[in-house]
Design a protein around this ligand. Structure first.
Ligand SMILES: NC(=O)c1ccc[n+]([C@@H]2O[C@H](COP(=O)([O-])OP(=O)(O)OC[C@H]3O[C@@H](n4cnc5c(N)ncnc54)[C@H](O)[C@@H]3O)[C@@H](O)[C@H]2O)c1
Ligand SMILES: [Zn+2]
Ligand SMILES: [Zn+2]
Length: 346
């Protein structure tokens, strides 16, 4: 390990570049990881845009970007007993306080004082990263780096599918970005009967087809509500996973849901929305579930089991692997929708 490393540093909303910076030092409860692969996420794109969310997210500049990765532990802090050099790890981004009501009651992923690693701290678009040991999930060495690097978003998506109880169920997945596509792959693995994937991008729908969804629909040219109702006996679908973050799509999604159906809200609409609660939720007895990331660590165990068993067809979603120096190219690929999940090798 050298004392200096290359990292993608955001200095100000207008200025980001690869720089040579000091390799970070472990605090007592941290591990230092040599990053094998990192993944670009929509959150990083919001930060680069410096949109209203990013401006209010508590990001302190300058900072090293990136929060999705896997790598190898190279050293551990003085208080760490759970990890040792050589461990393969992937990062969970929920940094819990360990003291609050949620943390003491099995819900540390929604800790009252939650910090997000790689947003409120330096991240992983770098040769090395420090991360609290509790967030450094040890993963089997049999999991390839490209899969390890996407376990954080995969976990969010897989969990939304798990919570929707999809065995034998009909499902609509709204939005075929990485999150929606990972959710579709998980839904198929969980034994969903029909998976109807919806997006306005034909490139993204093509990936959904490669994953093996039952049907793809594009609201720009298909009568989506009519087709969903026809495909579900006129009743609507058992479950919807909303992963587009589009306000219009979210409002429309309640029309697809049958009475008594289940709705996972994963996409972040970014502004308040209005709903006609009587018909859309109350008389329907819709069960709405907000999803924020992964359960620590039930979701990880499930993910590891399913990846090891080859049950998750996620390869088509990982479209590009680039050297970190080409990060701007990766950002263009993700923003234009020509790429889906883009990985960086530091
Ligand atoms: N809740 C969580 O823990 C969590 C975690 C990660 C991401 N997210 C959110 O999940 C959402 C999806 O993330 P992503 O990385 O896949 O983003 P993404 O932007 O890559 O994907 C969104 C997809 O929705 C599609 N879309 C946009 N408008 C649409 C419409 N009207 N109808 C159908 N499809 C439409 C886009 O074409 C795109 O393919 C984002 O809102 C993100 O902020 C939430
Ligand atoms: Zn992410
Ligand atoms: Zn807490």
């Amino acid at each position: 390990m050298t004392s200096m490393m290359r990292a993608l540093v955001m200095d100000s909303p207008e200025s980001q570049s690869i720089k040579t910076v000091p390799t970070p030092q472990c605090g007592p409860n941290d591990v230092l990881v040599k990053v094998a692969l990192a993944a670009l996420c929509g959150t990083d794109l919001h930060v680069l845009e410096w949109n209203p969310w990013a401006q209010n997210a508590g990001i302190k500049l300058p900072y090293i970007m990136g929060h999705e990765f896997c790598g190898e532990v190279v050293s551990v802090g003085t208080a760490v007993t759970t990890h040792k050099p050589g461990d393969k790890v992937a990062g969970d981004t929920h940094v819990p306080c360990g003291q609050c009501y949620q943390c003491l009651n099995g819900l540390q992923h929604i800790c009252h004082n939650l910090k997000v690693w790689g947003v409120h701290t330096d991240g992983c678009f770098a040769e090395y990263a420090i991360i609290p040991a509790i967030c450094a999930r040890r993963i089997p060495t049999s999991i390839p780096d490209a899969h390890g690097a996407v376990m954080e978003p995969l976990g969010t998506a897989l969990r939304s599918a798990h919570e929707m109880d999809l065995n034998g169920a009909n499902l609509v997945v709204l939005g075929c970005g990485p999150i929606g596509l990972f959710a579709a792959a998980a839904a198929i693995a969980f034994g969903a009967a029909k998976v109807i994937a919806i997006d306005i991008s034909e490139d993204r729908l093509a990936i959904a087809n490669r994953i093996g969804v039952t049907m793809t629909l594009n609201p720009l040219k298909d009568d989506v509500t009519g087709i969903v109702l026809r495909e579900t006996g006129g009743f609507g679908t058992d479950a919807v996973i909303e992963a587009s973050g589009s306000v219009e799509a979210l409002k429309q999604s309640f029309k697809y849901l049958r009475k008594g159906g289940r709705m996972a809200l994963v996409g972040l609409p970014g502004k308040p929305i209005s709903l006609d609660l009587g018909p859309e939720v109350i008389f329907k007895e819709a069960k709405i579930r907000g999803i924020h990331g992964r359960i620590m660590f039930e979701t990880w165990t499930q993910m590891e089991n399913m990846l090891a068993a080859g049950k998750l067809n996620i390869e088509p979603i990982i479209t590009h692997t680039l050297p970190l120096e080409k990060w701007r190219e990766g950002v263009d690929l993700a923003t234009s929708g020509k790429g889906c999940k883009v990985l960086f090798a530091p």
